[in-house]
Structures are given as C-alpha cells and as structure tokens.
Design a protein around this ligand. Structure first.
Ligand code: DQA
Length: 166
C-alpha cells in the first residue's frame, strides 16, 4: 500500500508533492542514551536501531522518516511546528516529557495529521508519576510496553490512518 501525498487529507502547502510523504519520528530526553541506559527496562537497542526499524517499516508504505531527538522541550515544540503542513504524521516517544510537558500537548494539538505516542516500557505498570500522559489526549493512539516493536506497530497504524483519509 502506498499513500498518495495529494490525497492524504493533510495540507500540502510548501510541500513538493512529488516527494514521498514524511513521518516525523520524535524522541525526547535521555532517549539518545538508549542501548546503555537502564537496559533491563529499555533493552539494548540504540536509538539508531529504532530509527532504522521504523524507516524499514515506512519504506513498505512509501513513507519516509524524519528523525529528531532532543533533550530540550522547546526544540521538540519547534520540530512539531515545522512539521505542520509538511509531514503526514508524527510518531513520538516524548520520554519523561510525556508526564508533564503541556507545551508538547499544545503543539501536537495544532498538528493536522495522525499522531502515535510510543513507549518502549509500559509506563502504566511503573511508578505512579508515569501513569499520566499529557500527550495521550492529543494522540490518535498510544502503543506502550512492546519495546522496539512499538515503532513498527506505530508506523503501521499511521499508514492505516493515512490510507483511510486518502
Ligand atoms: C519512556 C517512558 C518514560 O516514562 C521515561 O521517562 C522514558 C522512556 C519509554 O519509552 O518507555 O524516558 O518514554
């Protein structure tokens, strides 16, 4: 299945309609340390491994991935703004920002396409402060607790949503 950029229901102002639609893959704080950071919780795959896995899944659907990781809330807000009218969808693992960064909530609320929240671990099965997500209310859906498989599932969910809109 491929997604025709002209028919995906997302404003394409400023987009080269001839290029494949992009999905913004956003990672928040400390996720640059994946591979060595608490591997008993987050596994041994690096951020690069997760990006590569998502890119591989995206290629199946004629989508491309734009991957950005930042430890700074404002940079993630800027990346979301920059995706408006340009990217077809967003897949986001906001890291700890998930639990309190309302600026990400608001920026995502202003994005027109599907949004999938991904967590490697299952925050709902961890400390109580992780049970709140300020991103979930503005996401199309959330995929948690499946490790790196979550990114592949998220990409499939995005592709299905885009195909529905086509
Ligand atoms: C995480 C879960 C968050 O609670 C945590 O702060 C992270 C990683 C995950 O992918 O499981 O940094 O987003």
């Amino acid at each position: 299945m491929t997604v025709d950029p002209e028919r995906r229901g997302v404003p394409l102002s400023g987009v080269d309609a001839a290029s494949p639609p992009c999905v913004l893959l956003l990672h928040g704080p400390n996720l640059n340390l994946l591979g060595t950071r608490e591997p008993e919780i987050y596994g041994t795959a690096t951020l690069g491994d997760h990006v590569a896995r998502t890119e591989q899944a995206a290629a199946e659907f004629g989508l491309t991935i734009e991957a950005i990781q930042s430890n700074h809330e404002g940079e993630l807000v800027d990346a979301i703004h920059d995706a408006r009218g340009r990217c077809a969808a967003i897949i986001i693992n906001p890291g700890a920002f998930t639990h309190y960064a309302w600026s990400l909530h608001d920026a995502l609320a202003a994005f027109e396409g599907p949004i999938v929240e991904v967590h490697l671990s299952n925050p709902n099965a961890r400390e109580p402060w992780r049970h709140t997500s300020v991103v979930a209310p503005v996401a199309s859906g959330s995929i948690v607790g499946f490790g790196g498989l979550g990114y592949e599932l998220a990409l499939r969910a995005v592709a299905a949503r885009l195909a529905e809109r086509a």
